[in-house]
Ligand binder design. Sequence first.
Ligand code: PMP
Length: 359
Amino acid sequence: MRAFNFSAGPATLPLEVITQVQEELPNWRGTGMSVMELSHRSPEFAGILSEAELDLRELLSLPDHYRVLFCQEGASAHWDMIPLNLLQGNTNADYIESGYWSYRAIEEGRRYCNVNIAASNRIDQFTAIPDQSEWRLNPKAAYVHYCSNETIHGLEFFWTPDVGKVPLVVDMSSHFLSRPMDITPFGMIYAGAQKNIGPAGLSIVIIRDDLLKPAAARTPFLMNYHDQVHAHSMLNTPPTFTIWVAGLVFQWIKRHGGLSAMAKANTQKSGLLYDFLDKSGFYRNPVKHSDRSHMNVPFFLREPSLEDAFLKESSAQGLKQLRGHAVVGGMRASIYNAMPLAGVEALVTFMADFERRYG
Ligand code: PMP
């Protein structure tokens, strides 16, 4: 029996996709080979890549002046690639600090430029997104970087910052494709695959044409967006298997009603869990209600000594990988697109029962 897997990533994938991979793996479309064994230069793989891109473009209604890159690197690599490619001789960039992942991007950005932390919620222990009225943006910055869903602290932007003419760069790793989004305010979007896209080993970049200028001379060749676009994401051997599975996930999203259907289901699932948490005196979630992530729900037991029992018993009931990230502790339920409503219902039922027994 398959478990309900609440991991933040690598995360649960749609069962339909897992089954399709299983069925098609030994002999992909009559080639007598698996996708893992196809040359990345073959017409078959070219078809897989272009189909994945077209489906992604359709899901996002992506305008023609944006390019899509399938990158070998994890999302973290873009913390270096962004300054190397987008500074373009400028020495200043704005960063918003809203939690652990945006902080990591800041630390890395400091290697390359003067990082202006235009806003931070550190003083609130990352429990509320800084209001845009408090942002101190530099109109001459090369770009503004932020993370629109903080996977560890459980914060999500439900609004898009207005940063004027400065290119807006966003890490959407943990809520990419979770709801319809207008792409046009963004200069660049990046997202690691292992949450809503597919297996680990891939990140996706969406970048506006005007930002594709030659990168700084010292840029490692694989980290050059401009060259990678011109090489159709094949400056070297791309992660062919992961790209194939990502494409199957895009098709799964399309079959199941696209991004508006994902949004509806995600709102329902997260609503169920937050309502339960708020009614309980036994568990708590510290995030400001309007900023609570629909994807990653951290929660804490009022009595931390019960955590081990909670994890052991939930796991025995098929509710897996609920341990929170070491940075904040406690528990975390990641409920991405592929988590069925039944998984959240089972979690809430378990939590209520645990509370009855230990509360
Ligand atoms: N950004 C966010 C928002 C993340 O959640 C993660 C990983 N959990 C990363 C970046 C780093 O991703 P990777 O491990 O793919 O480099």
